[in-house]
Design a protein. Structure first.
Length: 679
């Protein structure tokens, strides 16, 4: 794939949308038309595919009986033609608001224009006629129409609520339109449109502002996009609308699957656009996985009229316009991160508490290495014991130095156990390992420095073997420490190794989140302040299994072997949560981690973790991830111990989110990566 094509969001299933907020000129369609043309041209220059204006944007909303004036209605129709011409020049599909006559009735309409013509007209279904609203004085509801076609400027076009507009040249680019009050109805028209296949829902709104209403609109947009597995683009009237009795804030929001992608300036005094790239491909993948959505579509959905159109096809390289987390498992918003850490930690704690009460266990055994994972598991254990009113001395922590254990991790392990008040002990596994090397005839027993996989796994296996026998001896159970990222990569010694335990609290937590969980615990008072310095020391230690002695002063590096966990967790999220193609994941990773990386860093991220990765590096590590995830690691995941799911779409348990054959291969993913990601 050519570089420019790969670096274009449109290549990867993104649709660029804009909520337009024009300055309004009450009762002056020509002036409003000029505002529309200017914004349409601006949208075209910024690569926008689809834009939506506020309700009755060509006439203005708050003009009362002026809606019934022939001169005004005639001029509105002329301005529709002018705006349509502008869409052809700008290569944009626009949805404008207009009062439209059909027969002897007047309708409050959304007029969809593109390629120089009117593609269709959607009349408003629900007309508010309470409190400050009197729309039934002027307009007929959509249900009053006699037929589903309309003559407008000499052309016959579709005229009905729930029309689906589908780009014949851009898979997944399907949208529908509703108008203001429709969105407040118990069953919005867009619900059925979504069930019929619309992935983008547009709302042209006037919606005057009162205190608190902006939050209500945002809540409705977020919840509706989440419930219908869609994107929702909302544009309300702003500056210039008549303030005879009401006021207007020009709220513009863009949501996707419940998350806010963009929000415009409210109470602005100039015309402007609020722009975001919608991932219609991701919406489709989510619907594909959600059987409830498909079943609801079969039970409640209705046939919809589909209006085909040609969307712009330019595939220019550009930066993605949307929030994109470098760490999908770790939000960059400080408040959200605090909430996520609170929930994750308590999920782990309650999971362990329930297993202990179910088994009647009063003590547990854990290996404490001085690394991230065992630290997090030990913190969880301490909190669980506190909540169960069990003494922390019943937590039996064992540090088990081997041939490559550093003084730093060993001292951190001891400092942590001491500070937390658990029962600590040390077992040197080297004599037992040397005996095993001798028994199996390993070259190391003859004095040869052979540090192969056997050398590593003898140590890992012995540690877990000791823990299980210690658990037998003390009528306890073994608490596992391996995390979600290691499960994805198969970075664990199978069977009686760190792969196995009686219960694993970390199996649903990604490595990148574990870092922040430890920081979160260190900053709080759940465990006690005594361990704070040690926790920070552990966070500052390079991740290593410490199974092979350092060479020339360089220790065995986990991330040097399997890749940076920041990238691996990024790959894991988009593969396990959505099933995205590797080329799209590479595109997103480059957008997030390249030299123009998007988004903010999570709170408290150290400077040395703020790195960049070029596309070649991303592609190389993604290739290794695909081989490990799809080809070599599944058999380990097929035999996992129990443990709680923590993150959305993140369980790799065969009893949870992810089920796959243990003897599969990665060929199709590697072929797609090589075919579509430039070197």
């Amino acid at each position: 794939m050519a570089d420019a094509l790969f670096h274009s969001p449109k290549t990867h299933g993104f649709v660029r949308v804009a909520a337009a907020t024009p300055v309004s000129h009450p009762g002056d369609p020509r002036a409003n038309g000029q505002e529309h043309v200017a914004l349409i041209r601006q949208a075209g220059e910024q690569g926008v595919d689809l834009m939506v204006f506020p309700e009755l944007s060509l006439s203005a909303y708050a003009i009362d009986d002026l809606h019934m004036q022939t001169a005004l209605l005639d001029e509105v129709e002329r301005q529709i033609a002018v705006a349509a011409e502008a869409t052809a020049e700008a290569n944009v599909v626009a949805v404008v608001g207009a009062p439209i006559r059909n027969g002897d009735a007047l309708y409050n309409c959304a007029v969809v224009i593109g390629s120089g013509e009117v593609l269709g007209v959607v009349p408003k279904t629900y007309l508010p006629n309470y409190r400050e609203y009197y729309e039934k004085r002027w307009f007929a509801p959509a249900t009053a129409r006699a037929e589903d076609v309309l003559r407008l400027n000499g052309e016959t076009v579709d005229f009905a609520p729930g029309l689906l507009f589908e780009a014949v040249n851009r898979p997944g680019f399907v949208f529908s339109v509703e108008i203001c009050e429709d969105y407040w109805a118990p069953l919005p028209p867009s619900t059925r449109a979504a069930l019929a296949g619309a992935r983008i829902l547009l709302n042209l709104s006037a919606s005057n502002i009162v205190i608190g209403k902006a939050d209500e609109r945002a809540m409705l947009s977020a919840s509706h996009s989440a419930r219908t597995l869609s994107a929702y683009v909302f544009a309300a009237s702003g500056w210039g609308e008549s303030t005879t009795d009401l006021a207007w804030d020009g709220q513009a929001t863009i949501h996707e699957l419940g998350s806010k992608l963009a929000e415009g300036e409210r109470f602005a005094l100039d015309s402007h656009l609020t722009i975001a790239d919608l991932d219609v491909d991701r919406i489709g993948l989510d619907r594909l996985r959600n059987g409830t959505f498909a079943e609801c579509a079969r039970n409640e959905g209705e046939p919809a009229t589909v209006v085909p159109f040609m969307a712009r096809e330019d595939h220019e390289a550009s930066e993605l316009i949307r929030p994109l987390d470098r760490f999908p498992f770790v939000p960059d918003d400080a408040g959200r991160l605090d909430q996520d850490c609170y929930e994750a930690f308590n999920i782990q704690v309650q999971g362990l508490m329930r297993r202990m009460t179910a088994t009647g266990a009063k003590s547990l055994v854990i290996g404490v290495s001085g690394g991230l994972d065992s630290t997090q598991a030990l913190l969880v254990a301490c909190r669980a014991f506190d909540r169960l009113d069990l003494p922390r001395t019943n937590i039996l922590g064992f540090t088990m130095p081997g041939f490559a254990t550093s003084d730093g991790t060993k001292s951190n392990a001891w400092a942590l156990m001491t500070a937390l008040g658990v029962t600590g002990a040390e077992i040197d596994i080297r004599p037992a390992a040397e005996q095993m090397f001798k028994d199996i005839g390993h070259p190391y027993a003859e004095g040869q420095p052979v540090h192969d996989i056997t050398f590593e796994n003898v140590q890992a296996g012995l540690r877990t073997d000791y823990l299980f026998r210690l658990a037998n001896q003390h009528r306890a159970f073994v608490l596992g420490t391996g995390d979600l990222s290691e499960l994805a990569l198969g970075w664990a010694t199978y069977g009686v190794g760190d792969h196995m335990s009686h219960y694993n609290v970390n199996g649903g937590v990604a490595k990148t989140l574990i870092r922040h969980l430890i920081r979160w615990v260190a900053a709080g008072d759940l465990i006690g302040a005594g361990a704070r310095d040690t926790l920070h020391a552990i966070l500052d230690t390079e991740i290593s299994p410490e199974l092979v002695p350092a060479k020339d002063g360089v220790i065995q590096s986990t991330e040097g072997t399997v890749g940076p966990y920041a990238l691996n967790d990024f790959f894991l999220f988009y593969i396990s949560r959505f099933g995205m193609a590797p080329s799209k994941i590479a595109f997103l990773a480059h957008q997030a981690w390249g030299d123009a990386g998007a988004g903010e860093w999570p709170a408290n991220t150290p400077e040395d973790e703020k790195v960049e990765y070029d596309l070649a590096t991303i592609k190389g590590w993604l290739r290794k991830f695909l081989i490990r995830f799809f080809q070599t690691a599944q058999f380990k995941r097929s035999a996992l111990p129990n443990g709680p799911k923590v993150v959305t779409g993140g369980s790799l348990s065969p009893r949870g989110d992810w089920r796959a054959p243990s003897d599969g291969n990665a060929r199709v993913w590697l072929d797609e990566l090589d075919a579509n990601v430039p070197d």
